[in-house]
Design a protein around this ligand. Structure first.
Ligand SMILES: Nc1ncnc2c1ncn2[C@@H]1O[C@H](COP(=O)(O)OP(=O)(O)OP(=O)(O)O)[C@@H](O)[C@H]1O
Ligand SMILES: [Mg+2]
Length: 215
């Protein structure tokens, strides 16, 4: 499902990832664990094709970085959901619009957009806040909106970058349950975390990364 082969990534002449090999099977839930600055976000951005590797190749589903044309990237991104470390919600649009926007850009019909956006907001328990603006929500609620936005296009892969951020225990466990459910429905999940303790208590495979290298 996901494969990285000898991937290196340089940013401004600094090597951020070096010789990364990794394989994630269809339907798997894996944790990408490593300290701050290890390269977790960089790796996820490469899997979302927000960025291209400096060396090596990446395959996600049927798409390979070596064969991918620039014009195919928007299409591919719709099939790979991503939850960013800092949410990246549109501040000037309400919750409903934040989720609906992800469908509109794909040219989805208005009626279907409304139905799917509400359905997804319901799934994350936020349909009742659909008219609220992002800054009126708590961190945990904003994170759930960003999950809804990542899921509304029915992605086959979900990339989650520190989705528990600095949420309290209850909010974290709600988000975690949500991710597990998504995985149970067949979506491959890759979740980045610096939280060793959390990783140790989860029944999932851990991929460890440090200084841009997989251990
Ligand atoms: N745009 C950039 N320009 C220069 N250096 C960068 C850039 N983005 C990332 N880096 C560097 O690459 C390294 C890896 O960064 P990355 O954000 O992938 O780490 P991370 O594992 O996600 O850390 P965190 O847990 O703090 O989010 C860091 O040393 C960072 O300073
Ligand atoms: Mg990061």
């Amino acid at each position: 499902m996901i494969q990285m082969y000898r991937v290196s990534k340089k940013i401004h002449n600094t090597t951020v990832l070096e010789d990364v090999n990794l394989h994630v099977g269809k339907g798997e839930f894996v944790l990408l664990v490593g300290p701050s600055g290890a390269g977790k976000s960089t790796l996820l951005r490469l899997l979302h094709f927000d960025d291209r590797p400096t060396e090596g190749w990446i395959r996600v589903g049927e798409y390979s970085s070596s064969a991918l044309k620039d014009r195919q990237i928007p299409l591919l991104r719709r099939k790979i959901g991503i939850i960013f470390q800092d949410f990246k919600l549109l501040k000037d649009r309400n919750i409903f619009e934040n989720v609906a926007f992800a469908l509109r850009v794909t040219g989805t019909r208005k009626s279907l957009t409304k139905r799917k956006a509400l359905q997804t907001l319901t799934a994350v328990g936020l349909a009742h806040r659909r008219d609220a603006m992002p800054n009126q929500l708590s961190g945990g609620e904003q994170q759930r909106v960003s999950i809804a936005r990542a899921l509304v296009n029915d992605p086959f892969v979900l990339l989650a970058d520190e989705p528990l951020g600095d949420l309290d225990k209850e909010a974290s466990s709600n988000i975690l349950e949500l991710l597990k459910e998504i995985n149970h429905r067949g979506t491959t999940v890759v979740m980045a975390t610096h939280d060793e303790d959390l990783a140790a208590h989860m029944p999932y495979r851990c991929i460890r990364i440090e200084n841009g290298r997989i251990l």
